[in-house]
Design a protein around this ligand. Structure first.
Ligand code: SF4
Length: 403
């Protein structure tokens, strides 16, 4: 059977470019004064201002507004490097918050494979607010007269294991310090849906805290071997805390995980699909690409948009395409149907018949955008051969996955 899919379009160069969508969507709209007929003191009750406002309140404008707020705030806070995709990481470099997770998922994320679905911005926001607005003041109230709370400490350390050089970089959660800002006790703050059945900290959270303890212990003259993982319920605001003592055996497991991950990336091998936890695939942003769901993709590499796949988040998609402009990244025909307003800016790959090889401009083929009912090739169909349209590299990608 011929494949019903469109092209797979690979990219491997990543640049941190960020869309400034709000500028065109919101800022180009009428100013408040304009919308109020030029007199903000005396709005005309007969005007259609309320309709203008009503029509502007959509999920899309909200997402674009929120994205712009984040963009500006990152610059305000001196963290412009958070804007846009991160550059691909050096294989030996690791981040404490990404340890002890599925190796394949980690590779996808580190190499900026396009993420599926919508990022959990709400969870990020709640986590950050809980830490800054609730936990930090609480810790300040709990400190002794001789100790203080710092929001975070930067860590940067090197580890050599069996000829492999590793580095760990990141920043801690609130830490109890001396009056000279010397760390004494590190916390790791997490929010969770429920504290029920939480009898011990999750291994990857333990690994994260161990990474901080290891790095700080290396950096300071005095020993730093203790910390605490604090889980806060997003529903009740109750907390559950776990005292953590640095465990060399557990740390050995974490270092071994880092070494393995580094070796996969040095060999440019796609790591095996081996989640560390049962539920990891359910929440994975690459599960279609990986092949853990009922879609025609499996063991797909880190580059390129999936053919016929339409579950990319708009913001993620734009960032991906902008970051790969130098490689002429474009929308797939499927995504062009879903995001027609992005067509002019990014362009669209052609359909191509997997049977006869003919190419067709994406919008010359009659199709309603339904991924379950892909168009047939006009050339082959005329010859009586019902071959669907697909893209040039998609065949090898998908067929390889089926073998
Ligand atoms: S779907 Fe599961 S196995 Fe595949 S990359 Fe994600 S976590 Fe790993």
């Amino acid at each position: 059977m011929p494949c019903r899919h469109e092209g797979f379009f690979g990219n491997d160069t990543l640049l941190p470019i960020v869309p400034r969508i709000l500028t065109s969507v919101v800022m180009s709209g009428p100013s408040k004064d304009d919308a109020l007929g030029g007199d903000s003191q005396s709005p005309n009750p007969e005007s259609n201002d309320h309709e203008v406002v009503r029509d502007r309140i959509t999920n899309r404008t909200f997402n674009e507004w929120y994205s712009e707020q984040q963009f500006q705030n990152n610059i305000l806070e001196g963290q412009a490097y958070f804007n846009g995709p991160s550059p691909p990481k050096d294989p030996g470099q690791h981040t404490p918050s990404k340890l002890l997770q599925c190796h394949r998922k980690t590779s996808y994320a580190r190499k900026n494979a396009p993420q599926e679905g919508t990022p959990p911005e709400g969870l990020f926001w709640i986590g950050s607010e809980f830490e800054e607005q609730v936990v930090v003041p609480f810790l300040q109230a709990m400190t002794t007269p001789n100790t203080y709370v710092t929001n975070s400490l930067w860590i940067d350390t090197e580890i050599a294991i069996g000829g492999t050089e590793l580095s760990l970089r990141g920043s801690t959660d609130p830490t109890i310090v001396t009056a000279d800002a010397e760390p004494l006790f590190v916390t790791e703050i997490k929010t969770t849906t429920s504290l029920d059945h939480l009898s011990e900290p999750k291994p990857h959270h333990r690994a994260q805290l161990h990474a901080y303890l290891y790095a700080l212990d290396q950096e300071y003259d005095h020993s730093i071997t203790e910390g605490m993982i604090v889980y806060g319920s997003r529903k009740t605001l109750n907390i559950e805390s776990f005292h953590i003592q640095f465990d060399p055996n557990f740390w050995e497991r974490v270092v071994d995980w880092m070494r393995t991950q580094t070796e996969y990336e040095q060999s440019t091998e796609l790591p095996p699909a081996t989640p560390e936890r049962d539920w990891e695939c359910n929440y994975c942003s690459f599960k279609h690409r990986c092949g853990e769901v009922e879609t025609p993709y499996t063991d797909t590499g880190c580059d390129g948009l999936l053919p016929v796949f339409d579950k990319y988040d708009r913001q993620n998609l734009q960032e991906y395409l902008e970051a790969h402009e130098d490689r002429d990244a474009r929308l797939t025909p499927t995504l062009a149907h879903h995001f027609p307003d992005l067509v002019e800016k990014f362009g669209v790959y052609d359909w191509r018949c997997s049977g006869c090889g003919a190419s067709f401009d994406w919008n010359t083929v009659d199709w309603n955008g339904n991924g379950d009912d892909l168009p047939f090739c006009p050339d082959c169909a005329e010859a009586g051969d019902l071959v669907t349209l697909s893209g040039p590299e998609a065949d090898s990608q998908l067929n390889a996955g089926r073998e």
